[in-house]
Design a protein around this ligand. Structure first.
Ligand code: NAP
Length: 204
């Protein structure tokens, strides 16, 4: 999901280059902030006979102090960052179970480990995603399905460029031992590894 820009675009293009048959999804096809649209996507996916790999990557973020957040904003973010992952994964893992093979990677965030002001809903969604990932990994291991998450730090994408000022990005880069933001390829490489034959044991 979310393969039109940023991390997801890079993952999709590298998987394609490696010979994978990739289904690209973006907001113009299914708006994952809307429950009915998530269910429509699940209906489409449930008709496919074989899905080997699922990358749950689409996500949104906003910065707002908690007392100012309304239910509409909360629902939108939770729908795409967590509910969509729950519903899509539930649908796709049924197909994987039949085929006795699957690799699922959820793109989480540093916000599932470290918190900052203005990110209550985003952090709640990513902490939830980690809990979902770990629990599901226990349930699906017996079907040869490995479920993992990757929690990127600050990656140079549109999301980062709209959430942070140039000055904040400069300061954050300086805090990183390598003195730079992550590149989308850094996340792609880890995703490829987790889905490749090189990974037979890392789960949850
Ligand atoms: P991005 O550049 O903003 O791209 C977001 C992707 O999600 C796009 O393909 C977008 O499709 C899709 N998307 C957005 N709203 C959607 C909607 N309503 N329905 C369906 N798809 C939608 O974001 P990114 O930085 O690559 O982030 C990707 C993932 O990494 C997210 O889960 C994010 O939380 C996580 N992450 C990012 C960073 C970072 O530093 N960038 C750090 C930690 C975690 P459209 O083009 O159609 O909008």
């Amino acid at each position: 999901t979310g393969s039109s820009r940023g991390i997801g675009k890079n993952i999709a293009s590298k998987f394609k280059a490696l010979g994978a048959n990739v289904t690209n999804l973006n907001s113009s096809m299914y708006d994952l902030t809307v429950e009915e649209e998530i269910l429509k996507l699940c209906k489409y996916l449930s008709k496919l006979r074989k899905i080997d790999i699922l990358i749950n990557n689409a996500g949104i973020n906003f910065s707002e102090i908690n007392k100012k957040i309304n239910l509409e904003k909360y629902n939108k973010l939770m729908n795409i960052n967590l509910k969509a992952v729950f519903l899509i994964t539930s649908t796709v893992s049924k197909i994987m179970q039949k085929n006795k093979f699957g690799r699922i990677v959820n793109i989480s965030s540093i916000a599932s480990h470290r918190v900052r002001e203005g990110r209550t809903v985003y952090s709640a969604s990513k902490f939830g995603l980690e809990g979902f990932t770990k629990t599901l990994s226990l349930e699906l291991a017996k079907y040869n399905i490995l479920v993992n998450s990757i929690a990127p730090g600050f990656i140079n994408t549109e999301m980062t460029r709209t959430m942070l000022t140039k000055n904040e990005i400069k300061k954050l880069s300086y805090q990183v031992p390598l003195k730079r933001l992550g590149k989308t390829e850094d996340i792609t490489n880890a995703t490829i590894f987790l889905c490749s034959n090189l990974n037979q044991f890392i789960n949850g």
